[in-house]
Ligand binder design. Structure first.
Ligand code: SF4
Length: 177
């Protein structure tokens, strides 16, 4: 993908509400086995969301998948999750329409698309497949990506929340080739 086209996608992300979007080298994305341990032990969505472990790609699969891509855009946004997810899907669609047929986006947190009116994680069916498979995408961490280290590697700042209501950052990753 040409630099100009990547920059246009970053600008589009910011026009759609991203705080910042940055072209990154895929080699700066860190994938570690311990990340999915955190999903398995400690996350209430484990086994519930169709985009989370054990349904998401394993960290080994993610390493192989990243090897299929040469470039990526890291996108910083804010809650609520459903708006952020829709924005990421629009960017993936724009990249695909521009001819980048391998474009694939990863989001943050459990899929929010089938969330109740008040928000929160989506409620996936206990049995059977995802209700909106054309829009379901896994979160970076669900695929074993160390999000904190990846965003630090690329000059974004991050800190843990101390007070209720503090600003929360969400990150998405658009893979391109
Ligand atoms: S689209 Fe709905 S059913 Fe599918 S993963 Fe997201 S919340 Fe679950």
């Amino acid at each position: 993908m040409q630099t100009q086209e990547l920059m246009a996608l970053c600008e589009e992300a910011e026009r759609l509400g991203a705080t910042e979007a940055k072209v990154i080298d895929v080699s700066s994305v860190v994938v570690e086995p311990w990340v999915q341990l955190k999903c398995r032990f400690g996350c209430p969505q484990y086994g519930k969301s169709k985009t989370c472990p054990p349904f998401a790609p394993t960290y080994e699969e993610t390493r192989k998948i990243l090897g299929c891509y040469s470039q990526a855009i890291l996108i910083e946004g804010q809650p609520p999750g459903r708006d952020f997810k829709e924005m990421l899907l629009r960017l993936e669609g724009e990249a695909t329409r521009a001819g980048y047929h391998k474009a694939f986006v990863m989001g943050a947190g459990p899929c929010p698309l089938c969330a109740p009116a008040g928000g929160g994680p989506g409620v996936c069916p206990e049995e059977g497949p995802c209700l909106i498979p054309e829009k379901a995408r896994p979160a970076m961490e669900a695929c074993g990506i160390d999000v904190f280290q990846t965003i630090r590697n690329n000059g974004f700042t991050v800190s843990f929340l101390e007070e209720k209501g503090e600003y929360v950052k969400y990150f998405g990753l658009l893979l391109l080739d």
